[in-house]
Design a protein around this ligand. Structure first.
Ligand SMILES: [Zn+2]
Length: 185
């Protein structure tokens, strides 16, 4: 398949695939993307202002939704802008809502899965939270979370950690949407 066809399948607005790699044994798909020629508007991720200042190009690797049985990774070219307000900053990209190595689509899917799992399972009984968490971790990347507490927070299964006098206190279980979903809703 040609890169132009991968561009259409990937469907990241303003970006095109310029290289791809398929590992049939490992069931992995890798796509390298960069801005389309007409996509010139570069915006600071700190303040949202448009930046035309000098920048360097960096590569960032994110996981996107799987493509059939293939695990999909997108290597995206990003600009580091020199923002008058924020200093050196990475540009804002619609498909990359957070610093996490995931695309917006992937985060949304994990968030929705967490939400429905926690709503379903916590309504059954006390063990729900753990089950929902285990399940969520199976679809998310285990190394994404440095602690179980962090993973719980991500899934919106607990309220935000309250830090007082260097001691962490956990609030009651809630079905709050996680902050990633709130940010993208
Ligand atoms: Zn800025």
């Amino acid at each position: 398949m040609r890169d132009s066809e991968w561009t259409r399948i990937l469907d990241w607005p303003g970006y095109r695939v310029y290289q791809h790699e398929i590992d049939e044994k490992a069931k992995k798909l890798r796509l390298w993307v960069r801005r389309k020629r007409g996509n010139k508007k570069i915006v600071c991720s700190g303040c949202g202002r448009r930046c035309d200042g000098l920048h360097e190009v960096v590569q960032r690797e994110v996981r996107d939704l799987p493509c059939f049985e293939f695990r999909a990774t997108v290597v995206v070219e990003l600009y580091r802008v020199r923002c008058p307000g924020c200093g050196p900053r990475i540009e804002q990209v619609q498909q990359l809502p957070s610093k996490a190595p995931f695309s917006k689509r992937f985060e949304d899917a994990v968030g929705q899965a967490c939400e429905s799992a926690s709503a379903r399972l916590t309504s059954i009984g006390g063990v729900g939270e753990v089950t929902a968490l285990t399940w969520a971790l199976e679809i998310a990347e285990p190394h994404r979370f440095s602690s179980i507490g962090q993973a719980r927070s991500y899934c919106g299964l607990t309220t935000a950690l309250k830090s007082s006098a260097g001691k962490e206190q956990r609030g009651p279980i809630s079905k709050q949407r996680n902050r990633h979903l709130q940010a993208t809703a």
